[in-house]
Design a protein around this ligand. Structure first.
Ligand SMILES: Cc1cc2nc3c(=O)[nH]c(=O)nc-3n(C[C@H](O)[C@H](O)[C@H](O)COP(=O)(O)OP(=O)(O)OC[C@H]3O[C@@H](n4cnc5c(N)ncnc54)[C@H](O)[C@@H]3O)c2cc1C
Length: 458
């Protein structure tokens, strides 16, 4: 009998298993595919590696501007794939060793819940006191005529291909598709990025998403919004895709259509035996990650709608689930949700946008600091970069921070700290951030919201 059995060894399941074991539990983790899950094997890490390359390609432009003479920059794709796969292999090995060192039993195979306190894996019955579901999300095919043809690939198939398509339509709502589009464009592909939504990244503040769209267009990507694919079929010149965008009909001839649709993975693993609804879009949990079934917790993408599928969310949930499973009272604080996008420049945000703050009835003040007016920003050519702060007027409570720029994914951690520690605008405005760094603009944006920016020519 295990104290805790974790079903799924990805970004949510691994920390859940480790924390349970740290708290003295006898723990098993069941994994049907690769340890590390989507993030390590087919998501954040491989794509993060490719986005680093996309950034380097652009850095050489800055290099040329600053006097660096580098001729013939080109991407050696097979070498990129080799390094990426080595990296993932190394991480997987490290993860396996860590789990083993902590005395966690790794059980290979697909788990099925039998409903009587056991999970069955390839004929073996594994008894548990507490169960943590961390089965992630799974791929779903887009719904348009022709979407079942081989030319229509998801990002996992794209990332495991040995070469990149020369002409490509990137289609869907997921933010990660913007990264893919930028990588492909910077690798020399002809890219159209089409989304059914009204804007690219509609969840982001208008200031940020319009600047990102400018950068992406500057990379040569054609952006189509309010788009729908009518059908796709093989033709003489390639894969012909008929689509409409805002009432205009177009035909594109491409090598591939890349899509990314993932829905919570909850069918076919016996959830019904626990009285849980397999047909719901995702598993609902409370602040303790407890499901409606007794002694059963759920974490990560299996509990999330597509726009909330993030590794850092899964990881935090894993720890909270483990602590509750092991008898410690632990809760999620979902108030400060962080989003990141590893485009170049990066996009990152926390909390609510100015529009959402107005809609919620706050007396809103907004401050902004363009990185083009920050000393380091000028050195490294941060033309589109900006930090925007949304706050409530009377107490200076920070409601949201939104940014585009190099290192935004790092700087948003500072905003996370500020919001979590309940820092006010005034406190943020008076911090002596080191110089010259982009973080100085966090204080400057706070000062701007207070009407006392130091460096804006107003
Ligand atoms: C292209 C792409 C890029 C991304 N980039 C980022 C990023 O930069 N930053 C970020 O925060 N997020 C990113 N994400 C999202 C992130 O990968 C997911 O949010 C995260 O992996 C979710 O973790 P999880 O543990 O819930 O699920 P997963 O990582 O999917 O793990 C679930 C595991 O459960 C296993 N499993 C499923 N069913 C069973 C079963 N019945 N028995 C045994 N095992 C089972 C699966 O094999 C899998 O390994 C990206 C996603 C994609 C698609």
């Amino acid at each position: 009998m295990y104290d805790v059995v974790v079903l799924g060894g990805g970004a949510g399941g691994v920390p859940a298993a480790i924390r349970s074991s740290q708290l003295g539990g006898r723990v098993a983790i069941v994994e049907a595919g690769e340890l590390g899950g989507l993030c390590m094997n087919r998501g954040c890490i491989p794509l993060g590696h490719m986005m680093k390359v996309a950034q380097l390609v652009k850095d050489f432009d800055l290099g040329k501007l600053t006097g660096l003479d580098v001729a013939n920059i080109r991407i050696d794709y097979p070498a990129l794939v080799r390094r990426r796969d080595d990296l993932i292999g190394f991480m997987r090995q490290g993860l396996r060793a860590t789990l083993q060192k902590k005395g966690i039993e790794i059980i290979r195979g697909r788990g099925r819940i039998t409903g009587d306190g056991a999970v069955e894996v390839e004929g073996r019955r594994i008894l548990y006191r507490k169960l943590i579901l961390a089965t992630g999300a799974k791929w779903r095919k887009s719904e348009f005529a022709g979407s079942d043809l081989d030319e229509v690939v998801n990002t996992e198939q794209l990332l495991t291909a040995q070469a990149m398509p020369k002409r490509v339509l990137v289609f869907g709502e997921s933010p990660w598709l913007v990264e893919i589009a930028q990588f492909l464009a910077r690798s020399g592909s002809l890219v159209t990025l089409a989304t059914p939504q009204k804007h690219l990244l509609p969840e982001e503040s208008k200031t940020i998403r319009t600047r990102l769209a400018t950068v992406i267009r500057g990379d040569g990507v054609e952006i189509m919004t309010m788009a729908a694919i009518e059908n796709a079929a093989r033709g003489k010149e390639g894969f012909a895709v008929k689509l409409s965008a805002g009432g205009v009909h177009r035909e594109l001839v491409v090598d591939n259509v890349v899509t990314l649709e993932r829905v919570a993975n909850l069918r076919g693993m016996g959830l019904g035996n626990l009285g849980l609804d397999e047909e719901s879009p995702y598993l609902r949990v409370d602040q303790k990650t407890q499901t409606e079934a007794r002694d059963v917790y759920a974490v990560g993408d299996v509990t999330a709608p597509p726009q909330e599928q993030f590794s850092h969310r899964a990881g935090r949930m894993g720890v909270v689930a483990a602590e509750n499973a092991m008898g410690i009272d632990s809760s999620l604080d979902d108030g400060a949700r962080v989003r990141v996008l590893f485009t170049h420049p990066q996009v990152a945000s926390i909390g609510i946008t100015p529009k959402e703050a107005h809609a919620r009835g706050y007396d809103v003040i907004v401050g902004a600091a363009p990185l083009a007016m920050n000393s380091l920003g000028m050195i490294i050519g941060e033309e589109e970069g900006i930090i925007e702060i949304v706050a409530e007027r009377s107490y200076g409570e920070i409601l949201g921070v939104h940014m585009i720029g190099s290192c935004a994914s790092e700087m948003i951690g500072q905003a996370l700290l500020a919001i979590t520690m309940e820092a006010t605008l005034n406190e943020l405005a008076s911090l002596p951030f080191p110089h010259p760094t982009l973080s100085e603009s966090l204080a400057e944006a706070a000062r701007d919201a207070l009407g006392r920016s130091l460096y804006l020519p107003l």
